[in-house]
Design a protein around this ligand. Structure first.
Ligand SMILES: Nc1nc2c(ncn2[C@@H]2O[C@H](COP(=O)(O)OP(=O)(O)OP(=O)(O)O)[C@@H](O)[C@H]2O)c(=O)[nH]1
Length: 361
């Protein structure tokens, strides 16, 4: 396996019905980027809060924002061309978000990302934004809504401030019922924690794991605490960090991942499978039901251990911790058989995989 996979830039597709709040969410991500360099592809710059940020330079239809983010306005037909621009090493982007126009078919965009020959990117999941107040009416008028939700890896029920708690629960329930195993989270004004979409680059001085979601929340310059009925929509996020020097059993880890609870919408970190693959560590990246492993050779001198961060809402941290402990190898009699890695390898992108469907857990 090459190390190239570890450096691939996740490309997240953001879609949702007209006016559901995609651009608002995108603006929130750009404002709270804090060190993470985000590349954005939109149909036009119109609504992106560029004025709110210092524009460092403009070249053609690409705008370089003062906070390290880069924006470009494109049509779907130009997707590959702009992915090329955004993935240039000089842009040093950590993640790319493509906003689909309100009427776009998200599967088309997802397919284009998966089919892209650009080796520097990896598909990072489909995020659907839903307007909580309009959902019942939109669904009635646009039956394709259910199909789109079924494709999503993460659904954001936005505009939580516009409906009462009971209505919000009803919309959340209806969305969850059609969204299959996608994670469903609520938000007002698109204020989701960026970590649910991508690994935030931690600025120097802040050690990963010590900055709680609450710190992120209350440190959010946009958060005025006036979310109304939705309250702090992400105040109930929980983060669980697990580190162990005992290698994990690939089959038991896959059982854990296959049955992970719905509220657990983000998993990231590295896994040590011990003798089942002594050469590589496996970076793992899950957003909602999307799951991928990226094997890469252990860096020389690096201690072999598994380190995972799990983020979710309404999750039982103790039982997750216990389940993960149950994945640890229990001695020579517990050695994985020769086929034990198969389940994991199903979620590794093969070099010749160009137009395959996204891996789903
Ligand atoms: N009350 C309320 N208004 C919101 C929220 N999110 C977005 N809006 C407003 O809803 C309108 C549409 O939001 P946009 O972010 O432009 O929606 P969009 O999905 O990008 O729209 P299109 O590009 O037309 O598809 C704007 O006036 C936003 O200010 C929210 O959570 N609560």
């Amino acid at each position: 396996m090459s190390t190239q996979q570890a450096q691939q830039i996740p490309v997240v597709v953001l879609s949702g019905f007209l006016g559901s709040g995609k651009t608002t969410l995108l603006n929130h991500l750009l404002r709270s980027a804090r060190g993470t360099r985000i590349g954005v592809m939109v149909n036009d710059f119109g609504d992106i809060g560029i004025d709110a940020m210092t524009v460092a330079g403009q070249v053609g239809s690409t705008v370089s924002l003062g906070n390290g983010c880069l924006c470009c306005a494109v049509d779907a037909s130009e997707l590959d061309e702009y992915l090329e621009v955004l993935t240039r090493p000089s842009a040093r982007l950590d993640v790319i978000v493509i906003e689909a126009s309100g009427l776009a078919e998200p599967e088309e965009l997802v397919r284009m990302v998966l089919a892209s020959e650009n080796e520097r990117i990896v598909y990072g999941g489909l995020v659907q934004v839903v307007d909580a107040a309009e959902f019942p009416a939109t669904r009635e008028r646009h039956p394709e809504t259910d199909r789109h939700l079924a494709l999503a890896d993460l659904v954001v029920v936005n505009k939580a401030d516009r409906v009462g708690e009971r209505e919000l629960d009803a919309v959340h329930g209806a969305v969850a019922a059609v969204a299959g195993r996608a994670a469903v989270i609520r938000a007002a004004h698109g204020r989701i924690d960026p970590e649910v979409l991508f690994d935030r680059v931690v600025p120097e001085g802040e050690i990963d794991g010590q900055m709680s979601i609450e710190d992120l929340l209350y440190g959010d310059p946009e958060d005025d605490g006036a979310d109304g009925a939705g309250g702090h929509p992400h105040a109930h996020y929980e983060t669980l960090s697990v580190a162990t020097r005992t290698a994990l059993h690939p089959r038991r880890l896959m059982e854990f991942l296959d049955s992970r609870p719905q509220g657990l919408y983000r998993i990231k970190g590295f896994v040590d499978f011990g003798e089942a693959d002594p050469v590589n560590r496996y970076a793992v990246h899950a957003v909602g039901r999307f799951l991928r492993f990226y094997p890469e050779p252990w860096p020389a001198g690096e201690e072999r251990q598994t380190q995972l961060v799990l983020i979710g809402a309404g999750i039982d941290a103790d039982s997750l911790r216990e389940e993960l402990a149950g994945c640890e190898l229990g001695g020579p009699q517990d050695a994985p058989d020769e086929h034990a890695m198969w389940g994991v390898l199903r979620y590794v992108r093969q070099p010749d995989e160009e137009s395959a469907e996204p891996a789903e857990a």
